[in-house]
Design a protein around this ligand. Sequence first.
Ligand SMILES: [Ca+2]
Ligand SMILES: [Ca+2]
Ligand SMILES: [Ca+2]
Length: 306
Amino acid sequence: MGTRASHTLWVWLIVCWMAVAGGQDLYDESTVPVLQLKFSQANWWAQLQAYYQTKTNIPATLIVDGVGYEGVGVRFRRNTSYQMTGTSQKKSFNIEIDFTIPDQRLMGYKTLNLLNCADDATFMREVLYSNTCRRQIPSAKANFVRLEINGENWGIYAIVLNEVMAKNKSTLADPQGEFDDWIELKNVSDQTVDLSGMYLTDSADRPLKWQFPQGTQLAPGEYLIVWADEDGGDEPGLHANFRLAADGETVWLYDAARNGYMLLDCATFEGLGTDQSLARYPDGTRPMQVSSAPSPLGPNATTKPK
Ligand SMILES: [Ca+2]
Ligand SMILES: [Ca+2]
Ligand SMILES: [Ca+2]
């Protein structure tokens, strides 16, 4: 779909009330399951738009973990997130596993709701809320998923905030020889991404705080370091106009004006010790974890702090 920026981070939340017994679970928070939807109709997107008001399902095949589920029903969810997203193709979806086969279930689940987090810049609210509530009372399950439609990634992490360090004593010096805070980004897609005009910030009130200079590009699989050192005049190197507080902070990555300033990723830490990083392991996945084996410009390591 040509109107969709290929490097946009589209995280989906999946929520459901049905319990499941044993086996693999869509709601295992240590995984990001992949849902593959296949529509045989050429005009499936137009059908989804046409039927959204009447809550009419259109049939599709859903593939999860190599298992195909025929005749599931798919429609856009009718809620404010539909209007809020305008012409964006990141709509919230409702998937009925038992649409044409009454006793069909996916790992015990009958209905899946894929939420687009349109009103939640953190992407975390629903998952945290549901999974906290459920310790006390019956509550919906929630997790992140990645969605593919007809073989196209509808929600892949392309440019991610892959690792951050807020108290750099001896891990890596910047080109000027200073051990400053750093933010590692990685391109986890298979296409070169142009970061020109994208933004990094440490302030919820100022999403456009620091802008990547023109010509900043990242090839597939490549890493890039932005120094959070307020040394904007220094060359070489990318030097943001903010620092990271070791006792806790959030870093946000926003897309360029040409792509509507869409939130691409965020990373929150509550406290990082000397030479500890907050890292996605493996690269690009969630959740982030504190690591005492920082790896600027390289694949993240598992080592947890002692
Ligand atoms: Ca510096
Ligand atoms: Ca800061
Ligand atoms: Ca790394």
